[in-house]
Structures are given as structure tokens and as C-alpha cells.
Design a protein around this ligand. Structure first.
Ligand code: FAD
Length: 471
């Protein structure tokens, strides 16, 4: 299904609906229009409701789209953990409403739920999903619109295979149901100016509307209740990542963080602190919950508005909005450019003068480059699944300029490890820094010595993350 269309709306009348939701980056029950739509459809004639999380990425890697020639075998530990916690939390919420989350993952027997190694076609999530659709005679599928090219390819494959099924697409990941400007401007600044001129989203006294949370859900089909091997089992991880940062996946934790952040004084100084490399309160830290859809952007915006009305509205609170608009921009950028998001030459016409080099790539990943600040950031990423925005800019610039590497390998490594991995923000930012994306100024190189002086003058960050361990 193409984004922001309602798919096939055949008039075929079906007595009992069997409605299926495919969760993706909308792992929440609050302000989830997709869940509301599915519940309403199933309720309308006492039908059944299947709530599925299917890991399509494993299938897309098997089919190897030429636009994504680089892949990893296993999601990083911190990202797995965050996702696993998010799914577990969603399952608990759905149980309270009378249903359950069914997870179709490549293999339950392997060491990891999210292993990308040797997915047997018979056990691939796509094959499992097709079996389920056929056995349960699914009549309707509800999904949230996504900028994720591979996920959309999975949806298109299902539509091709089952043309009789009616699809319902809802917007849950962005502030705007459709592109908020007539055409997508070439730069973020133009986009921001147009959006701010035409949508009074921040400085208004009314909250943005959002979907009600269902009070209960129709049941899953009887035949599925005993299929316990579908049910989500949270995986035990070592607690290392949590000891460093307070990131814990799931909607419950997202709401807790939202309250804690806006109950603190941090928002009033955000603009002056946001470039720090390490401190929990120096930037908002909403990105992992936003990326996985544990937190709705509408809920966050409303909370920001309340803060502006009730506590203070200043340059810093405006800047939180400003950064959230970057997220919006890249969402629509990814929709607009489709598979070009993954091309070496990006959306431009010229390929950068960089190449693949296994040794330099390894140094960068292992934090053993000649640049302590880069090493420290890379160690932080591997251990926690998070890196500050400034850190990301520094390591990406080093990857492209000092190490002369093909930017797509860097983007893929980020995809593997970031707990806030978001296809649009990640690939869009990498393109931008590689000079093949939305940056009107072309390629940006960060001076690593200056960055170190400015952001880690006493070397505390470098020491904490063992950045001096060069090869
Ligand atoms: P804050 O500074 O508090 O910003 C508030 C929110 O605004 C963030 O949570 C995020 O949703 C949004 N935001 C801020 N900066 C950006 C930006 N440059 N682009 C898009 N949205 C932004 N962000 C992701 O969410 N997922 C990614 O996969 C991702 N990959 C990146 C790769 C590179 C190379 C770079 C330079 C940036 C990337 N970012 C990505 C953007 C940004 O680094 C993170 O959103 C931010 O560091 C998250 O921390 P925070 O929530 O404390 O951000």
C-alpha cells in the first residue's frame, strides 16, 4: 500500500470480520488510531481481532533489495532489549484489554529473537503470517503508515498475494496525516518556515486531537488462544545498558519519562545543554520511545504546550519543537525519496569520493581510530544503544572525511545498534552529513580537535568511555 492511502476498499460484504493489526513502529495503546480502527471493525459484527508484530526485516534481507546491499546478522544487544521490553509492555496492556500480542519472529530456538542468521523460509515471519491469514480467513488488515521502505514492501507483497483483503492505513507516527506543505522543500529551513506559517501547532491553547484509548478489545479467534508459541516471551538480558542510561522500552516507561522530564527544570535550558555528549538531562531523550511508537508525537506535543502555558515558554522550549520538526522533515523526506534513501549517491547525482575499507570500518566500530572523541562515542553506542546528537555528527563526519568510508556502512551500523533507530531520521541524517541529501551547503566536516575542546575540554567523556584505546 502506498503511504497515506486507504488501500483496497472493495465493497464485498463479509458476515464476520477477522481483523488483523500489523504493529510496527506504533507499539502503544494510547493515541493509536490503528488499534481503534481495528477494534471498531471487529466489534461491528462480533468478529475477531488478531494483534501481530511480524519482523519483516528478516524477510527483506533474504530477498536482498539491491538498494540495501549491506546488512547485519544480528540486532545489537541494547536495541534488542529495548524492542523486547516495548513488545512485552504492549502485550501486557493488550491483555488488560482482553486480547494479546502475537509475535512472528524468525526463530524462537536461536539465541536471539532478532537474529538475522539463516532464516529458514518455512519459519520466516512472512510465511508464518501468510499461514495465519489463510487459516483465520482474514478479511481486513489495519496498519499505521510508515516511512519504512522495506516494511511497505512487505505490505505490498501481502496485498499482491491477498487482493480480497481490505486494508486500512492510519497516520500514527507523524503530526500530519499528509505532507504539510504543497511539495517537500529541498531544505529543512524552507520546510520549517512553511509549516510554521501554515500550522499553528505550538503556540495554541487547544491540545491537538488524539485517539481515545480503547476500554476493551474484541477477542482473538478461539483457535489461536492455545497457540502459545506465537505469544510474546520477553527475553532476559544483562542489565548493562540500563545501568548507564535510564532507557527502558515500552509505553509505560515512555509515559513515566514524559512526566519526569516535564516535571523537571530541564526543558527551560534545553537549547543551551542539548549538545552535551553524556548527561541524561541535557537533551530530552525521547527518541527511543518515539522511534518505536511507544510515545505518540501528539502526546509529546501536548505536554510541551502545557509546559509552555503553565511553566515557561522560552527559546529552549521552542527549540524542542524545532528539533521535533527535523523528525517530521525526515519522515516526509523518506516517503518522498523511497529507495533513494539507501543509494550511495543519495538523492543527488554524484557519488561521494569515498569507499569501503574493511580495516578502517572495523576501527571505527571497535572504537580504535586515532581519534579519542570518536572512539569514546562509538564505545558508548555499542554499550548503551544511544549516542548524543553531537556525538552522531562527530562520528559520522569522521567516518566520511577522516576515514574516507562509504557512508552507507556507517548508517547500517547505526541501524544495528541504535535503540532509537528510525529509518527516516537515520538514513536522512547520514545522507545530509555525506553531502548527498537535504543539506544545501553540501558536505559538512567537523574539526575533531575543536569538537573535543568544545564538548570535552577535560577529557572526562573520553576517559569514561575509554576513548584513548587506539589501535
Ligand atoms: P533531543 O535533542 O532532545 O531532540 C528532541 C527530539 O527531536 C528527538 O527525540 C528526535 O525525535 C528529534 N530530533 C532531534 N534531532 C533530530 C535530527 N537531527 N533528526 C531527526 N530528528 C531529530 N534520531 C532518531 O530518532 N533515530 C535515528 O535513527 C537517528 N539517527 C541519526 C543518525 C545521525 C548520523 C545523526 C547525526 C542523527 C540521528 N538522529 C536520529 C537524530 C538525533 O541525533 C537523535 O534524534 C537525538 O540525538 C536523540 O536524542 P534526544 O531524544 O535526547 O534528542
Amino acid at each position: 500500500m502506498s503511504n497515506h492511502q486507504s488501500g483496497n476498499t472493495s465493497n464485498k460484504s463479509v458476515n464476520k470480520k477477522a481483523v488483523l493489526v500489523l504493529f510496527h513502529n506504533d507499539l502503544r495503546i494510547e493515541d493509536n488510531e490503528t488499534l481503534v480502527k481495528a477494534a471498531t471493525l471487529a466489534e461491528s459484527n462480533q468478529g475477531s481481532l488478531m494483534l501481530i508484530y511480524a519482523d519483516f526485516l528478516a524477510d527483506s534481507i533474504e530477498s536482498k533489495d539491491s538498494s540495501q546491499a549491506y546488512h547485519f546478522n544480528e540486532m545489537g544487544a541494547a536495541r534488542q532489549q529495548f524492542l523486547s521490553e516495548s513488545l512485552s509492555d504492549l502485550d501486557q496492556s493488550l491483555q488488560r484489554l482482553g486480547n494479546r500480542l502475537l509475535c512472528l519472529l524468525p526463530s524462537y530456538s536461536s539465541k536471539s529473537h532478532f537474529s538475522r542468521d539463516k532464516v529458514e523460509p518455512a519459519s520466516s515471519p512472512f510465511t508464518q503470517l501468510c499461514k495465519l491469514i489463510e487459516q483465520q480467513q482474514v478479511t481486513d488488515i489495519c496498519v499505521s503508515h510508515t516511512a519504512d521502505y522495506n516494511q511497505n514492501k512487505g505490505y505490498a507483497a501481502l496485498q499482491g498475494k491477498y487482493p480480497q483483503i481490505i486494508w486500512h492505513g492510519q497516520s500514527t507516527h507523524t503530526l500530519f496525516a499528509d505532507l504539510p506543505t504543497q511539495d517537500l522543500p529541498k531544505s529543512f529551513t524552507q520546510f520549517r518556515k512553511k509549516v510554521e506559517a501554515s500550522h499553528n501547532l505550538l503556540n495554541t491553547y487547544r491540545d491537538v486531537a488524539f485517539s481515545p484509548t480503547p476500554k476493551s478489545l474484541p477477542p482473538m479467534p478461539d483457535a489461536l488462544i492455545d497457540r502459545s508459541n506465537y505469544l510474546f516471551k520477553a527475553r532476559a538480558f544483562d542489565e548493562q545498558a540500563q545501568q548507564v542510561f535510564n532507557f527502558k522500552g515500552g509505553e509505560t516507561n515512555a509515559m513515566f519519562h514524559l512526566t519526569t522530564y516535564f516535571d523537571s527544570a530541564a526543558p527551560r535550558t534545553y537549547k543551551t545543554t542539548r549538545n552535551a555528549l553524556d548527561e541524561w538531562t541535557h537533551s530530552t531523550k525521547f527518541s527511543p520511545w518515539l522511534a518505536n511508537g511507544c510515545l505518540s508525537i501528539n502526546t509529546l506535543l501536548n505536554r510541551l504546550r502545557h509546559y509552555e502555558r503553565e511553566v515557561i515558554a522560552n527559546e529552549s522550549t521552542y527549540w524542542i519543537w524545532f528539533e521535533l520538526l527535523w523528525r517530521e522533515y525526515f519522515y516526509w523526506y523518506a516517503i518522498e525519496h523511497g529507495r533513494n534513501l539507501f543509494l550511495f549517491k543519495g538523492i543527488g547525482h554524484q557519488s561521494p569520493d569515498t569507499r569501503f575499507d574493511v580495516q578502517r570500518l572495523q576501527q571505527w566500530q571497535d572504537g580504535t581510530t586515532p581519534y579519542p572523541i570518536v572512539n569514546a562515542c562509538m564505545n558508548q553506542l555499542k554499550q548503551t544503544g544511544y549516542m548524543s546528537n553531537r556525538g552522531r555528527q562527530i562520528v559520522a563526519s569522521c567516518f566520511i572525511h577522516e576515514l574516507g568510508l562509504d557512508w552507507r556502512y556507517g548508517a547500517t551500523y547505526f541501524e544495528q545498534h541504535l535503540i532509537d533507530y528510525d529509518v527516516a531520521s537515520n538514513w536522512g541524517n547520514w545522507q545530509y552529513l555525506a553531502g548527498v541529501g537535504a543539506d544545501p551547503r553540501g558536505c559538512r566536516q567537523f574539526n575533531l580537535s575543536k569538537q573535543t575542546e568544545q564538548h570535552d575540554p577535560n577529557g572526562e567523556f573520553i576517559d569514561k568511555w575509554q576513548g584513548r584505546r587506539a589501535s
